[in-house]
Design a protein around this ligand. Structure first.
Ligand code: ZN
Length: 319
């Protein structure tokens, strides 16, 4: 066999056997979580040049995937008040950002309807604030809370972009800032939306999705806030080998609340609490990466069930 032909066949074989880069993969999830939790990001506290560094990472990923911004910039800046323990002097407001990617749907009418996929990227810095569960002043890496959700956002975004030809509705991918300071990024977005809120048909939030347990239990609130949500979430979860714990209401705890308060259908997903929650011990080595990949596939399919179809959507309030 001549050398060139041999080379051609080998390369084709490698290309064929290697998983497409646009897939949701364990090594890529790991890479994102390791970067986000690394000491140089110091617990992803809002404000300053360390915050900018994380923002640049997320922007860079969107760009790499071929995902553009909505309008000119990926960044939605806002001022945020930082929480302090009672009795402590107030901190100065800082500037922080939501980072927003946009994938346009292909249906002439339905592309004006949006699905928001969101996850907060901030965490507690060195701790010491009112929501810390530990007295230690040390980097809080927040691997599960919420490097896991941020990594999921990036990996699902990449796969969505690769399959965007099948999208009818449009998708906004939002990494929220300052969630730990009181859902401030999502609050700011819903007060200053870049598309009319009436055109957002569903918001899916991922906060702490890295600790899937042995029973494969994924918890969610809000499945009753849109037609057929309970069945959809159960069926798609089981198809992925998961045991979804599906609540119609129970909308609480994270950024989806800001959307729900505006009368938008929401889903808030997580894989459950743990003793390392809001302590310096929420580290990357405790993440169940295979489990997180499953959760990502699940959420990807949920998104497609709404974004790639003309499934009727409507807000159903829950008590
Ligand atoms: Zn948290």
């Amino acid at each position: 066999m001549n050398k060139q032909l041999f080379l051609f066949i080998s390369l084709s074989l490698i290309f064929y056997l290697a998983p497409a880069q646009t897939d949701i993969t364990v090594p890529e999830l790991k890479e994102h979580i390791q970067y986000l939790t690394s000491d140089k990001n110091a617990g992803r506290y809002p404000g300053g040049h360390l915050n900018r560094q994380v923002v640049r990472y997320i922007e860079h990923q969107f760009k790499e995937f071929g995902i553009g911004p909505f309008g000119k910039s990926y960044k939605q800046p806002f001022k945020t008040q930082l929480r302090v323990k009672e009795g402590n002097p107030p901190k100065k407001d800082v500037k922080t950002w939501n980072i927003i990617g946009y994938i346009e749907g292909g249906d002439p009418q339905l592309k004006d309807e949006f699905i928001v996929l969101g996850a907060h990227y901030d965490h507690l810095g060195f701790g010491g604030g009112p929501s810390s569960k530990s007295d230690k002043i040390a980097i809080h890496p927040g691997a599960d809370d919420n490097a896991s959700g941020t990594a999921a956002l990036l990996e699902i975004a990449e796969k969505l972009e690769a399959h965007k030809d099948s999208l009818k509705r449009s998708v906004l991918l939002i990494a929220f800032g300052a969630e730990e300071q009181g859902l401030l990024g999502s609050k700011y977005f819903t007060e200053n939306p870049i598309v009319p809120l009436s055109q957002i048909v569903l918001m899916i939030n991922m906060d702490m999705v890295g600790r899937l347990n042995d029973q494969n239990q994924v918890y969610m609130g809000g499945a009753g806030t849109f037609p057929g949500g309970m069945d959809l979430m159960t069926e798609l979860g089981e198809a992925e080998g998961l045991s979804p714990i599906v609540h119609a209401g129970s909308v609480g705890g994270s950024d989806h609340v800001s959307f729900y308060k505006k009368g938008i259908s929401v889903l808030g997903l997580h894989t459950g609490g743990h003793p390392q929650y809001h302590t310096p011990e929420d580290t990357a080595d405790l993440i169940n990466y295979q489990g997180e990949k499953k959760v990502c596939e699940y959420i990807y399919h949920v998104l497609m069930a709404v974004a790639a179809t003309d499934r009727p959507m409507q807000f159903i309030p829950q008590d």
